[in-house]
Design a protein around this ligand. Structure first.
Ligand code: V55
Ligand code: FE
Length: 489
């Protein structure tokens, strides 16, 4: 009970061994190549990294406490700062010296001393908007951190009280042309409710548009997209309910019987302007981008036939099917002026993988280049005796040319995997893709990590800089580059 030993399960060993490293490294060693001297900014990313062993004996990766890494670039050098987010959960558990919060998105499993506390782990994404670093978990309001120091400023940031939704997505979108941040919260009026809140946050950080509507059914609303004229919400059947929580089942499960919906609403619209389109069941999580040409809306997203999350099992008990879980980049198309409510789906590339990224200056517009991680099953894996993380290993970085359909790929080798990349614009550039891709390499054979920098438009030759990290970085979710303040420090 009071043991501080983490369980010896796949979720807590090998690549998933907790890290617990809070550190400041003034200068990382550049092992080969060179870091462009004009890069001045920071790559922020976050990983779940449990502070204490779980109450229930085991836990899923998605439930760990958010640990933020800040790679600061300046004058051809890279510094690293790493800090846990001081969420309400983190602070209460540190005081108690043990876990108080239980299973993922199930408050019924919590210690009674934390009833009513915000459950955020802030472990899914970190993004800078209006000078604030926001650490995000989709079940709670943002956590506001200082982008220079990673000090937590407000563990429950509600945009000056204006945000009444109980939640805020981990995937807000910034329109580079207007500086607006577009976002939503689901379960916005309480756990398992169908209520959605949609927000437009101005470049000044203030909420200046809001709309409320209901989903066709309660499900994990993990990501969305925007275009010049619309916001686009995909509804896929990763469903949940209080019945599941009372039965101590995982919060979510995959329900193959339900249809998929695509909700399209004008960017400054209200519930009555929202139109739902529908398609047979499938699964899609992270959106690459979307754009509209008049009333035609194109929504580009890695799409799988079935459930991608083995830890959120089929609601009817079907075994996890890795073939159905393979996602390929698809274009979903709907027409806001047509009577037809169908969604057309057509492949953009044949690569299997996830974690799509773009040159974020082109968010909401027709992008030519998309980057993503790929599981190339034709490549060998050479990790004898290692069970976890090798099955669905993201072993390749890819760029898709969405116009020609051509791909540009780089394989990391038989003993490593890759974390989600982020795009860094080359200072002074305006052309799409003119810049770099930054990615963390998991060196699985030696339990170590490296930071790799690529020419974003020429992945195949390999990294232009390979940077050592003096400790292992735990597998993370998402991150973003931000033009920030290294020279002022
Ligand atoms: C995801 C990750 C989460 C979560 C919900 O698809 C969805 C990724 C790290 O936590 O709570
Ligand atoms: Fe995500």
């Amino acid at each position: 009970m009071s043991s501080l030993q983490f369980p010896a399960t796949a979720n807590f060993t090998g690549i998933f061994a907790p890290s617990g490293v809070e550190a400041d490294v003034a200068r990382l060693e550049v092992l080969s190549g060179a870091v462009p001297v004009d890069l001045d900014g920071a790559f922020f990313r976050v990983a779940p990294d449990p502070q204490f062993p779980p109450l229930a004996g085991d836990d899923i990766w998605f439930n760990g406490d958010g640990m933020v890494s800040r790679f600061g670039f300046r004058d051809g050098t890279v510094s690293l700062r790493q800090r846990w987010v001081r969420t309400e959960k983190f602070v209460a558990e540190r005081k108690a010296g043990r876990a108080l919060f239980g299973a993922y998105r199930n408050p019924l499993t919590d210690d009674s001393s934390v009833d009513g506390m915000v459950r955020s782990t802030a472990n899914t994404n970190v993004i800078v908007h209006a000078g604030k670093l926001l650490a995000l978990k989709e079940d709670s309001p943002p956590v506001w951190m200082d982008p220079a120091t990673l000090t937590t400023i407000d563990p429950v940031y509600r945009f000056g009280g204006r945000m009444t939704s109980e939640t805020f997505t981990a995937h807000p979108k910034i329109d580079a042309r207007t500086g607006e941040m577009l976002a939503f919260g689901y379960a916005a009026r309480g756990l398992c409710t169908r209520d959605m809140a949609y927000y437009v946050i101005g470049a000044d950080g203030e909420i200046d548009h809001e709309a409320w509507f209901e989903l066709p059914y309660y499900c994990m609303m993990h990501d969305f997209a925007f275009t010049d004229d619309y916001v686009v919400f995909h509804v896929v059947p990763i469903v949940g309910s209080w019945d599941r929580l009372r039965a101590n089942l995982p919060h979510f499960g995959f329900d193959r019987q339900r249809e998929v919906y695509l909700g399209v609403m004008p960017r400054r619209g209200q519930a009555q302007d929202l139109r739902w389109f529908r398609a047979p069941t499938c699964f899609a999580s992270h959106v690459m981008n979307a754009h509209n040409v008049g009333s035609i809306v194109n929504f580009d997203v890695p799409t799988a036939a079935g459930n991608m999350f083995p830890f959120f099992p089929d609601t009817e008990g079907a075994p996890f099917d890795p073939v159905a879980a393979a996602a390929r980049m698809m274009r979903w198309t709907v027409d806001m002026s047509a009577n037809d409510d169908g969604i057309r789906m057509a492949p953009l590339a044949d690569l299997v993988g996830e974690f799509p990224r773009i040159d974020d200056r082109f968010a909401g517009r027709a992008n030519r280049h998309g980057w993503q991680l790929v599981q190339d099953g034709s490549r060998p894996v050479d990790l004898p005796g290692m069970r976890s993380a090798t099955g669905l290993m993201m072993n390749t970085l890819a760029r898709i040319d969405c116009i020609s359909g051509e791909t540009d790929t780089w394989w990391v080798g038989p003993t490593s995997s890759l974390q989600e990349p982020a795009f860094i614009p080359r200072p002074g550039s305006t052309d799409e893709g003119d810049g770099y891709l930054v990615v963390i390499e998991n060196r699985l054979a030696e339990n170590a990590s490296r930071l790799l920098l690529f020419d974003a438009l020429d992945l195949a030759p390999g990294p232009i800089a390979t940077i050592a990290i003096p400790f292992r970085i735990r597998p993370g979710l998402h991150g973003n580059w931000a033009q920030t303040t290294n020279r002022a420090a």
